[in-house]
Structure formats: C-alpha cells, structure tokens
Ligand binder design. Structure first.
Ligand code: BCA
Length: 140
C-alpha cells in the first residue's frame, strides 16, 4: 500500500445541492468509503472483519474543517495519514484537495470494537503492526 494512502472520488449528482455545491453530509459518507478502501488496502477488509471476525472500527471522534467549496463533477484527491495508534484506537488525518487547492480536512478516531458486546478490544497484533507501519513508512 502506498503510504500515505491516496485515492480519488468524483463528486456525483447526489453529493451536491441544487447549486452544484458539495454537501457536507455527503462528504462524510464519501470519507467513510475512503476509510473502507484504506482498510481493504491495509489487508483487513471490513466485510471480512465484520462478518467473519465480528469486530468493527466505529468512529468515536471526528472533526472537520472546510476551507474551499467543491462542485458537481470535480474529482477530489484524498490522502489518509495514520497519526497515532493506541490500545484500541487509531487517529487518522484526511487531507482533501482538488486542482492543487485544499478543500477540506478531517481528523478521525476509530476504535476497534466487539460487534456483539459493543466494547472496545485491543487491536489484533497483525492489525496494530500494519497501522504502526503506516506511521513509520510515512516520509511526508
Ligand atoms: C466504540 C465503543 C464500543 C468503545 O467503548 P468503550 O469500550 O467504552 O471504549 P474505550 O473507552 O476503551 O475507548 C476505546 C478507545 O477509543 C478512544 N476514544 C473513545 N472516545 C473517544 C473520543 N471521543 N475521542 C478520542 N478518542 C476516544 C479511547 O481513548 C480508547 O483509545 P485507546 O486508549 O487507544 O484504547 C463505544 O464508544 C461506542 O460504541 N461508541 C459509539 C460509536 C458510534 O456509534 N459511532 C458512530 C457511527 S457508527 C460507525 O461509524 C461504525 C460502526 C460500525 C462499523 O463496523 C464501522 C463504523
């Protein structure tokens, strides 16, 4: 996986208001799709960990700053940086740019959670190792 993880998303009709300006609830849904893709590339696809292993990564904190508007038909570039790995949490930072301009950013904390008991669990060893490798290998 490229570190930091990068991917792109086009702003579709359903992501925007009637003026064609991106709508922030859609941004969060798009961001969740980017997270899902990040976990897939990390080696832990959500359909496997949720259905086969019964743990997930619910968001316990998220904050966002929106600096410039985005519009219908634009392609947003997402960059995901792992900032911190705790016992059961990981802090991800997302930078979202388009055409060389910063559009928004978000800092998000996910916590590994047992999906039957709804309590946090320590990261499985291989997951923690993969997350820590993202910090160590990030040269930016
Ligand atoms: C995740 C929880 C089960 C964890 O509860 P607890 O067992 O009491 O956890 P802890 O207090 O141990 O906290 C776990 C870690 O998160 C950290 N944490 C908890 N809250 C916060 C906040 N607000 N900020 C920062 N860090 C936090 C905490 O410091 C722990 O970090 P470590 O030291 O690294 O272990 C519980 O907080 C919860 O269910 N919260 C609600 C989550 C939710 O509804 N999120 C919104 C939408 S759901 C969602 O996004 C999603 C659901 C399912 C999926 O598979 C994927 C995504």
């Amino acid at each position: 996986m490229e570190i930091p993880f990068k991917t792109k998303r086009m702003l579709n009709f359903g992501d925007c208001d009637i003026s064609g300006t991106a709508y922030f609830p859609s941004y969060l849904n798009i961001l969740n799709g980017v997270n899902e893709e990040f976990w897939l590339h990390l080696g832990f696809p959500w359909h496997k960990i949720i259905w086969e292993e019964r743990w997930g990564t619910p968001t316990v904190h998220i904050s966002s700053d929106f600096s410039s508007p985005s519009f219908f038909g634009e392609e947003l570039e997402f960059e995901v940086t792992v900032q911190r790995v705790g016992r059961s949490s990981v802090t991800l930072h997302h930078e979202i740019n388009c055409k060389g301009q910063k559009r928004w950013s978000s800092t998000q904390v996910l916590a590994a959670s047992n999906l039957d008991e709804h309590t946090s669990i320590p990261w499985p060893d291989d997951v923690k190792e993969a997350l820590l490798a993202c910090i160590q290998e990030d040269k930016t």
